[in-house]
Design a protein around this ligand. Structure first.
Ligand SMILES: Cc1cc2nc3c(=O)[nH]c(=O)nc-3n(C[C@H](O)[C@H](O)[C@H](O)COP(=O)(O)OP(=O)(O)OC[C@H]3O[C@@H](n4cnc5c(N)ncnc54)[C@H](O)[C@@H]3O)c2cc1C
Length: 475
């Protein structure tokens, strides 16, 4: 199987010249175009920590018209354009692997309208996800998709990756909420798709094709998102288990018995121990073989408490000690901090490579067992955690003190073996982080040649000159 292609300009694309910079400055204004080395370096990385190539320029258009003007120029000149949100991606989607322009939507950060009658919000896509959530929650409404990075990532990245979070277990991922999109095509054409509709089956579903397209089909500038009523009551609990297999078994049991937690997250012993290194863990989670973090929400305290007691009773035969219950908001926040701390804690512990595995929920126990067996076979430590209710397990392979060469070899072999096993159990290569740059060599494991070919033809239909986010998703 081939490795990621060597970074560098795609043969059909041109490098950005001094004349291009002058033309772009005239189009968007000098305050929206940057070529200083510091900014080029910062905008040429994301949270994968990789920097395969450097952008030639960063453009930060202030509105859709300016995005369109930049793309029209890039289209005519055949310049690579890498759309970018906040650069928190974990699959290298925002890396300008062919150089060219990084098109940042950070300045498109206005929430345009909260429409109570239709229960939708219309917003520009450069808004920070947590800011958008706070804006609608202040009006009693709820936008559920809550990636752990929500305080730093932008809605644009969430739309492009179909991002998810703990609450996707009950409320679904970003795509469930998108009813309208304004996008700019590769040649600069602006399209308004969908609207404030509850139902609409006219034509092919372009909105759902664009959500999750990782910046390869169009640049998303505005979105209309469905909102729901904010559930007024929540309770949370952390349940310890003797092993991750046991915790995974408990997850399957919960859903099979008809419980509907609003969050169901899992952490294995290595993940717990890694968080414990930066932030003391409460008993009985400290030292557990694994833990589940669960939340139940609803309209009133009585219903929520009853659901929580019933859920607790289901887990009792499998848990290794009494759960930790969080009734009020402050206790719940402390409990969720443990789960949210894992990304940073892993990064502090060691360089790592994350495989964003996903399998049918019924296969969760097999998935966690396989992840640990594969890591062990290749002499690697794995910290596993994730959105158990969605069958989505982040397998973090840790480098620890391996040499560059050894790490590269073991990690590549382990990842390939893991993804092969995941696909064989009916799973996929990524649940929420995207294929981007880092995973595309695994696409033939998941798709047959005709299915890959159809995706290539879809890309050509949207972007026949191949200027948008070249080198991503398709091998
Ligand atoms: C600590 C941490 C925790 C995380 N937790 C989660 C989690 O719980 N769930 C989850 O799903 N992800 C998570 N992520 C991954 C990441 O935050 C998400 O993928 C997020 O949606 C990326 O948003 P961004 O604005 O940073 O996008 P970027 O990283 O800038 O870009 C991501 C992709 O979107 C494309 N893109 C950006 N803007 C546009 C646009 N306007 N139009 C078209 N394409 C565009 C880019 O080209 C790229 O392919 C986490 C990351 C970190 C570092």
């Amino acid at each position: 199987m081939d490795k990621p292609a060597t970074p560098g300009p795609a043969p059909s694309l041109n490098r950005v010249t001094a004349d291009d910079l002058t033309a772009l400055r005239d189009l968007v204004g000098p305050e929206a175009l940057f070529t200083d080395p510091d900014r080029l370096a910062r905008y040429s990385v994301d949270e994968t920590g990789e920097r395969p190539a450097l952008a030639d320029a960063v453009v930060q258009p202030p509105d859709t018209a300016a995005v369109s003007a930049v793309l029209r120029h890039a289209w005519q000149r055949r310049l690579a354009v890498t759309p970018r949100g906040a650069g928190t991606g974990l699959s290298g989607g925002a890396l300008p692997v062919s150089g060219g322009l990084v098109l940042s939507v950070e300045r498109l950060n206005h929430v345009l309208e909260i429409d109570h009658e239709n229960q939708v919000v219309r917003t520009e896509t450069g808004v920070r996800t947590a800011d958008l959530q706070r804006r609608v929650e202040a009006e009693g409404l709820y936008y559920p998709p809550d990636p752990a990075s929500r305080e730093s990532c932008l809605l644009a990245g969430n739309l492009a990756e179909d991002s998810a979070g703990p609450h996707s277990c009950k409320y679904g991922t970003t795509r469930r909420y998108v009813v309208g999109l304004e996008v700019v095509l590769a040649d600069g054409t602006v399209l308004a798709l969908g609207g404030r509709l509850r139902k609409d089956v006219a034509g092919y579903n372009l909105i759902q094709t664009l959500v999750g397209s990782e910046g390869t089909l169009a640049v998303m500038t505005q979105a209309t998102l469905r909102l729901i009523a904010l559930p007024p009551r929540r309770m949370a609990l952390a349940v310890p288990f003797s092993s991750i297999e046991r915790a995974a078994e408990a997850v399957c049991r919960l859903f099979a018995e008809g419980h509907e937690p609003s969050a169901c997250e899992i952490m294995d012993a290595t993940a717990l121990e890694t968080v414990g290194r930066r932030h003391p863990l409460p008993s009985p989670i400290d030292g557990a073989g694994a833990a589940l973090f669960l939340e139940v929400d609803g309209d009133d305290a009585e219903t929520v408490e009853r659901s929580m007691l019933e859920l607790g009773a289901s887990l009792e035969p499998l848990q290794s000690a009494e759960p930790l219950v969080a009734l009020d908001a402050a206790d719940q926040e402390r409990l969720w901090q443990i789960r949210r701390a894992i990304g940073e804690a892993v990064r502090e512990r060691s360089p790592y490579k994350e495989a964003d595995t996903v399998a049918p929920r019924s296969e969760l126990a097999r998935l966690v067992r396989t992840a640990h067996e594969v890591a062990e076979r290749h002499g690697l430590v794995a910290a596993c955690y994730g959105h158990a209710g969605d069958g989505n397990l982040h397998v973090n392979l840790l480098r620890e003190d391996l040499s560059d060469e050894e790490w590269q070899r073991r990690r590549d072999d382990a990842e390939r073996e893991l993804f092969t096993a995941v696909v064989a159990m009916g799973g996929s290569l990524t649940g929420e982080h995207g294929i981007g740059w880092s995973q595309r060599q695994f696409m033939p494991l998941r798709f047959t040649p005709p299915a890959l070919d159809l995706q290539r033809r879809l890309k050509v239909a949207f972007d026949p000159r191949g200027i948008l986010n070249p080198g991503k998703v398709l091998p």
